[in-house]
Write a protein that binds this ligand. Structure first.
Ligand code: ADP
Length: 267
């Protein structure tokens, strides 16, 4: 039946014996398409009501003052509501981005980025997230090179790595961002001397909502989708993400881009 999708698997055992298994994955693939559509639709539908709620909360907070006559507990409640609605907005934005990344649709901003300019601005954002010199964040990028691809996707991937380094490194820690090129292509490294990751977790880190310490991660302000986004952005750009870490010593995330992604002049 041409409508059926089959998966073949050959296992070699003993002295050259082979076992072939055939699995009908038609239903599984249909369910995966339904899951993706559902997540994309729900995220899309949630976006407008969340923007409205957030807008009204902002107006109410702006109008608060000593003469407003509202008890202080109201102000606290409104601030908490605004924080949480912002958290939901970030989550919905990340879910929508992941849906787009999975849909393989071309992005409207696929005209490449100047690596140094983008990294400078992301490092500035990382410093702002860290607060007044709470972490030492250094950048090492001398190359004048353009990276072919979508600027919003690349910015999102690189920002997730730098922001994670800030979130999972205690105050006073060091974060090093470095871009270099060799005959294999371009590489972006984000290294920190933070809490580190037990090696048993590394293979699962890029799964959606996979978190080592759930309560700790939720307090950091991340959405639980950051590394899943990095992985998908790298796949779309023909590259890959590598992760090395030592618990208690720190982590190193490297995005490897193939040479075909590098351009000396803007196209
Ligand atoms: P989030 O940070 O929002 O939980 P991510 O997908 O970005 O989601 O990261 C997944 C998990 O990987 C985090 O919950 C954290 O446990 C771990 N992690 C990510 N980056 C680092 C890092 N630089 N150092 C230590 N752990 C990290």
């Amino acid at each position: 039946n041409p409508d059926h999708q089959l998966q073949f698997n050959i296992t070699v055992y003993g002295k050259g014996n082979r076992l072939m298994t055939v699995r009908d994955v038609t239903r599984l693939n249909q369910l995966e398409v339904m899951r993706k559509d559902f997540v994309a639709n729900v995220s899309h539908e949630l976006r407008t009501p969340l923007t409205v709620v957030s807008g009204y909360l902002e107006t109410m907070l702006d109008s608060l003052g000593p003469d407003s006559g509202l008890p202080p507990v109201w102000e606290k409640a409104l601030n908490r509501m605004q924080e949480q609605s912002l958290r939901m907005q970030n989550l919905v934005a990340d879910l929508l981005l992941l849906s787009k990344l999975e849909s393989a649709e071309a992005q409207s901003d696929e005209n490449g980025v100047h690596v140094k300019t983008m990294l400078n601005s992301i490092v500035e954002d990382g410093r702002a997230l860290s607060g007044e010199n709470q972490h030492q964040i250094s950048l090492d990028c001398d190359e004048d090179v353009f990276l072919a691809g979508s600027s919003s996707e690349l910015r999102s991937a690189f920002s997730n790595l730098v922001f994670n380094a800030v979130r999972y490194t205690p105050l006073g820690g060091k974060i090093h961002v470095r871009w270099w090129q060799d005959k294999e292509g371009g590489h972006l490294m984000v290294e920190d001397n933070g809490v580190g990751i037990d090696p048993m977790h590394i293979p699962r880190l890029t799964e959606r909502f996979y978190r080592i310490d759930k309560s700790r991660s939720q307090n950091t302000g991340g959405t639980g989708l950051g590394l899943a986004i990095v992985k998908h952005v790298m796949l779309r750009h023909g590259g890959k993400l590598s992760i090395r870490s030592h618990p208690g010593k720190g982590s190193r995330f490297v995005c490897h881009f193939p040479e075909k992604c590098l351009e000396l002049e803007h196209s």
